[in-house]
Design a protein around this ligand. Sequence first.
Ligand code: KG4
Ligand code: ZN
Length: 338
Amino acid sequence: MDYILGLETSCDETAAAVVGINGVVLSNVIATQIDTHQAYGGVIPEIASRMHVEAINIVIEQALQKAAKTMPEIAAFAVTQGPGLLGALLVGLQAAKTLAYIYQKPLIAVNHLAGHIMANFISEQPQEKMDIPYPFLCLLVSGGHTQLIICRAAGQYQTIGRTIDDAVGEAYDKAARVLRLGYPGGPLVDRLAQRGDPGVIKFSKAKIRAPESEFDFSFSGLKTNVLNYCRQNPAARAENVCAAFQKTVVETLVTNTLAAARKYNIEHIYLAGGVAANQTLRRTLAAEGERQRRHVHLLDLKFCTDNAAMIAGAAVQQWQKKDFAPLNIQAQPNWELG
Ligand code: KG4
Ligand code: ZN
């Protein structure tokens, strides 16, 4: 069995993982910087880069140790090339290039969003190979991205809808800031929403007009609605605001995803990205999907937010195609997928 060491430093997690080319995860180490950025209510790029420099060698060593592998046993070094924060990406990229050079093994440059999608096909349980039912539709919802993507073959991604303003994770983080819940806001809003009544407050859904795609999303209006509502109703209960906000977000995401699956006649639907951990989104998509005879696959919670196992997982397909990168590649902070 060949093993890939994956590195991820695109935002505020320094991560390293060892994954077999069958998609089995031997180790998945994450050093999170959340505590540091919390004080600022968001990620400070300069601080993120410096913290990656401090943590990268440590997470690499831990990933090897947990996987019970040594560096010469690694067949290739995979790393996030983009999208992400430039200074943060550079740290992982430099580490992977250096290892590829020293050990004379291939370097594999991975798109962070492809990594999020391929997180669906890695496992900590034994599996013979990565089982991927093409074509599939993926709702990618993270702090920086909100996209509906069709994947028809390895590495072939077609984006059929995207946000025209804020990413959904960003909307969660901003709503949490208005309610002074803390950072990152997604899990906090999610938890409070479970205790709230989604019927007390009504936030309207954004209407997307042509020439935008029928599957595009918009969340900036909703964010403003939450802000205005909270200003006008200072006594409103936070759990009801969260429940109403979450209901609007989830209905928008689920309606678009199932409409796209119908239009393109795709049976298999996957979730990806940090917001894929959202309880209401998971529950609603699974229930609605079943009603509409779609096969909804719920991503393992530990692979939703940024990690390096997903980067090594995405690299497996590139490894099979010998899609290797030269050592002089540059970071791609704005690398789009499909
Ligand atoms: O994928 P990710 O770790 O980083 C990016 O690539 O952006 O996603 C982080 C985002 C944050 O905005 C966070 O608030 C959101 O995912 N998030 C959630 C939940 N857990 C994380 N949003 C809603 N509900 C959750 N349970
Ligand atoms: Zn991410």
